[in-house]
Ligand binder design. Sequence first.
Ligand SMILES: [Zn+2]
Length: 376
Amino acid sequence: MAQSVKRAFTYRFYPTPEQAEQLARTFGCARLVYNKALEERSRAYTREGRRVSYEESSAALTAWKRAEELGFLREVSSVPLQQALRHLQAAFTNFFAKRAAHPRFKSRKRSRLSAEYTRSAFTWRDGHLTLAKLGGPLDIVWSRPLPEGAEPSTVTVSKDAAGRWSVSILCADTIHPLDPADGAVGIDAGITSLLTLSRPIPGLTDAAGKVANPRHERADRRRLARAQRALARKDKGSSNRAKAKVRVARVHARIADRRRDHLHKLTTSIVRENQVIAIEDLTVRNLVRNHRLARAISDASWREVRIMLAYKAAWYGRELVVVDRWFPSSKRCSVCGTIAASMPLEVREWVCACGAAHDRDVNAARNVLAAGLAER
Ligand SMILES: [Zn+2]
C-alpha cells in the first residue's frame, strides 16, 4: 500500500545581494532571540527554580520587538524568530527527558546559519518559492523535481561555512513499497572498508562483499590536507586567512556531499535487493573511545547508513533487524560456530580449527546476518 511521508528536498539557490543581506539579518535575529530566551530561562531557573514555558518566551519576544533598542527585530519575518523559540523549547524538552545536554548559546562563528519558515511565511505558486520580507522568489537550482502536486509545509534556508546557500523544502511525498525481495543480508561496519556485506552485490561491492569509500575521496582528502596547510600558514585575522578558511570549508563540503550521495546509492540498493537486513548495534560509548580520524569518519558514515536503512526499510516494506551489541560477531566462526579466544584488530584473515578460511569483515557480516535471522 502506498504511504504518505514527510520528506525534505534540499536545493542550492542564489540569492540577490538584497536577499542575501536580508537573510543574513534574519539569521542574526533568530540567533539573538534564541540566546535571549535561553538566558531568560537559565536566569529564571537558577534564581527562582522555575521553568519558563514556550508561551512565556513567546510573550517576551513580543515585548522585545516593542523595545526601542531591539526594534530591528521587526524588520525581519517574525516566523523564523518564533521557530527559534520552538527549537529552544524542543532542546529543553530533550534536556529534561535526559536525551540531550543542556542547550547552549549559539555563537556567531560556530553555529549553523539557518532560518525556518512555516506555511504562513512563504508562498509557493507555479514553482516559485517566495519567503516573507524577501522581495522576489528565490533563484533555486531544481536539481530534481519536487513530487508532483507537492505542497511545502516548512522551508529552511541556510548558508554553510563554504558560503553556499541551500533551501530545504519539507513536503508530503507518496512512497510505493517495492515488491518483496528474497534476499537477506548482514552488514558489518568495518574500519578498512566502509561496509562489508555478507554477500556481494555486483557493481556495489567487490567480489568478497566489501564496499569501498566513494571514488575521488582520496584525491579530495589530499586536497583538504593541502588547503589546511595553506590555512595554517596565514596570519590570524588577515583577509587571506578568511579566504583560505572558505577554501577548506569548500573541500569539506564536497567530501561530505559525495559521501552522502554514495551512502544513498548504497542503502537504496541494499534495501531494494533484500527483504531482511541485519545490522549490528554499535554503542556510542564504543565509538567515541577511538579518536583516530579514519575511525571517526567511518563512525559518522555508519550512523548515517543506519538512519537511511531504517527509513528506507520502513518506506519500502523491508525488515531491519538490529542485533545485540554484545554479540561476538568477529570472534565467531560463521561456519561451525566456534568462538575464538581473542581476535585482535590487526588480524584481517584467519583460519578456524574447522578449516574454514575467513576474511574478518565478511565473517562478521555473515554472523550478523545469522544472528539477525535468529532474532526475528
Ligand atoms: Zn569453524
